[in-house]
Write a protein that binds this ligand. Structure first.
Ligand SMILES: CC(C)(COP(=O)([O-])OP(=O)([O-])OC[C@H]1O[C@@H](n2cnc3c(N)ncnc32)[C@H](O)[C@@H]1OP(=O)([O-])[O-])[C@@H](O)C(=O)NCCC(=O)NCCSC(=O)C[C@@](C)(O)CC(=O)[O-]
Length: 385
């Protein structure tokens, strides 16, 4: 068996945005077709910083699967509470077809509200919205044009939030068909135009930042565990080549394990994908999310998606439960001496509040522990008085 049958494919990064934004415009990206041999040029931890960027996806991924109608006011209050707790990057909605995901139907209203009455936060905020096609992007761009001056596409300030968009491809054909009604190749063709359009028609002076998800990277509800890391690397490099600013690797089913997470990240590295281009998006269906985050940290990844109260689940991934809980990740990272900027008490309160609003149990172990400890302390104090 060929152990290191590497097929090299030279990439010339054609996108002007990539060329402008990256030091090495002619990054040599290499597809590793059969080998996971690490690229020795990268150190284990590419980033020396202990500051972790958390992307709170609760208001979008956390709510999209809820069956009951969630009032607009509840969604806004959730975003406001998260911002107050120190979450600065919040995925707030989705410009998808309401026939496909009815819960996201009021995303236009939400974006408008966030721009006209931004939540109070001591730190600058960034909101992101999913756009699955040109129609979704146009809807978002129209709203942004109508609210020019109220947002930025580059560096947010405490009074002016930033807005970015997210697209979502898949690592398997079956999931792509179920989630987007298109093949992987068709979806990439769509996204090529969406990214180009987002960059060219950005209603602000700098191009819109585009985050690109790849779903089911560690297991597919229809095709099983054997998702090829090489295929994921191939899709990731294509999306970067098109001009995507970040690749968010989605363990949609929560089937990922520590060795397979390591294998995936090693394969991406061998394909030339830099750690700073990558974010990890773990669901906690099998309780492996924190272990997988530890593996990703060790690899040098510093951006993680989280969802308050462990809310979430994709409507097109049967059986998948919530995203890894924000509270659990904050507690874990802070225990390692890393800085998330998030107030654990405040986010635990937020997780409890939204779980009650939705009529479901709080799925964050840390959230429940923090609230339990607080209750016990209060009971002791009141005994002493
Ligand atoms: C992509 C489509 C639209 C294709 O769906 P389609 O049915 O092939 O599209 P179509 O072009 O035939 O349009 C169907 C209808 O939707 C309308 N339409 C079409 N596009 C839009 C739009 N943007 N906004 C509003 N309406 C739209 C369009 O106008 C038409 O309306 P009609 O003429 O029948 O009245 C559909 O498959 C879709 O919306 N899919 C989204 C599914 C989704 O949101 N899934 C959850 C998000 S992904 C996820 O959760 C995973 C992630 C990101 O969290 C990471 C992870 O965990 O892996």
């Amino acid at each position: 068996m060929a152990r290191f049958a590497l097929t090299s494919r030279r990439f010339l990064l054609r996108s002007p945005y990539l060329q402008a934004g990256r030091a090495a415009a002619t990054i040599r990206r290499t597809f590793a077709t059969e080998s996971n041999q690490p690229n020795q040029q990268h150190s284990t931890a590419s980033s020396s910083t202990d500051r972790i960027k958390l992307i709170e996806v609760g208001p979008r991924d956390g709510l999209q699967n809820e069956k009951g109608i969630i009032p607009f006011e509840t969604k806004i209050e959730l975003i406001e509470r998260l911002a107050k707790a120190g979450l600065t990057n919040i995925e707030a909605g989705s410009f998808v077809s309401p026939k496909w995901v009815p819960q996201m139907d009021n995303s236009s209203q939400i974006l408008t509200h966030l721009l006209t009455s931004p939540p109070k936060s001591s730190s600058p905020l960034t909101f992101s919205f999913l756009t699955p096609n040109q129609r979704g992007l146009t809807n978002a761009l129209d709203l942004l044009s109508a609210n020019s001056g109220k947002y930025t596409t580059s560096s947010p300030t405490p009074s002016t939030p930033a807005v970015e968009i997210a697209i979502f491809a898949a690592a398997t054909e079956s999931f792509s068909k179920k989630n987007l009604n298109s093949s992987v190749a068709q979806s990439l063709e769509t996204y090529k135009h969406v990214i180009q359009s987002a960059k060219e028609h950005s209603p602000s002076s700098s191009p819109l930042r585009v985050r690109a998800y790849i779903s089911v990277v560690l297991g597919c509800p229809f095709e099983g565990y054997d998702v090829s890391p090489h295929r994921v690397a191939e899709i990731a490099t294509e999306l970067l080549e098109m001009g995507a600013d970040e690749i968010a690797l989605g363990d949609t089913t929560g089937m990922g394990t520590a060795p397979r997470t390591k294998e995936l990240l090693t394969c991406l590295r061998a394909a030339g994908v830099r750690n700073e281009d990558v974010a990890m998006h773990f669901h906690d269906t099998y309780g492996q999310a924190l272990v997988n985050i530890a593996v990703a940290l060790e690899h040098g990844i510093r951006v993680f998606d989280v969802s308050v109260g462990g809310l979430g689940g994709c409507p097109y991934s049967p059986g998948a439960t919530g995203n890894v809980a924000t509270e659990d990740v904050v507690y874990f990272l802070e225990s390692l001496g890393m800085d998330t900027g998030v107030d654990l008490d405040a986010v635990a309160d937020c997780g409890e509040w939204i779980s009650k609003e939705l009529g479901r149990a709080n799925a964050s172990t840390v959230g429940r522990a923090v609230l339990g400890a607080r209750r016990r302390k209060q009971a002791e104090m009141s005994k002493k008085v």
